[in-house]
Write a protein of this length. Sequence first.
Length: 336
Amino acid sequence: MSACSLKESSPTNKSSLDSTLQVKAISILENKLTELNALSGQAIIMEVQTGHIKAMVGLEKKDSANYQPCKNFFQAHESALMHPISILAALETGKVKLTDMVDVGDGSYSVQDRELKDHNWHRGGYGEISIKQGLASSSNIAVYKTMEKAFGDDAQAYFNLLNNMSYGKPDSIAGIANLKPAYFVTPKNSGWSDTAFAWFCIGYNQTITPIQMLTFYNAIANSGKMVQPQLYKDSTTVINPQIASQANIDSLKQALEYVVTDGLGQPAKSDKVQIAGETGTVQLEDGSYIVEFCSYFPAHAPQYSIIVSIHKDGLPASGGLMAGDVFRQIVDYMNE
């Protein structure tokens, strides 16, 4: 995962970046990357209603021990921040609600010839929990069992909903070179196997950039209205006026608040303002990890959305403890 060079602003376009916040975000992220001996990291801060990017930081470790500004913001990767998005699609079918119970058993679940596991499988799993609790505990099995109930064998209905919700947008952002659309790794045979579908809905078999993921979470914060992220203070562009029903957006917002008050997002909790968000941890094919936290605040009247994404080798790897801590420090600074 890489991060950043931004094109120079033209004389007629005033940058949306807050230079003081940019400097502080660089410092906070660099300290955490150094502590973790991480490979790279990104932190992006956006205004919820306008899409104006207030800070956009990318750092990566070069040959030297020091972190350097990265050369792109468009490198995509798999992301466990997919969990709430899949759940929102399931809610849209009307076949599930967040209070529904799912049995995730001992934390290991067979899907055809593969084992889908929760992070605590070696400790015996979570047993029977609500879908809301499944989100709060980043349960892969809870998400997949919810998808089974909502979509059955009709994986295409799920992908149609993702498309309707503008998942993976935007395709381009002025001032950021070569932003690629989210990429779905389609199986070689026609249609989606249960296994491919199971791993897709928890964030694998696809790639997406952090800025695209932030755009979706920002839409949740913005009561369903997806706006174009922008580095210049142009007029706000609406990508999708309503990505999902207001009732389901409201339900998901409550669940994302619960992630931070009671779930794995607790390390991101701030004493200064109420937070709502989600943690994510995925292991890439090369064995390295992406740990992330995507959130917005204040939870009940969101003004800013933030994504923190860190690429590191080896365990431990925790979206909440690592990326969530960067998020909390940035939020505390913004609310001093």
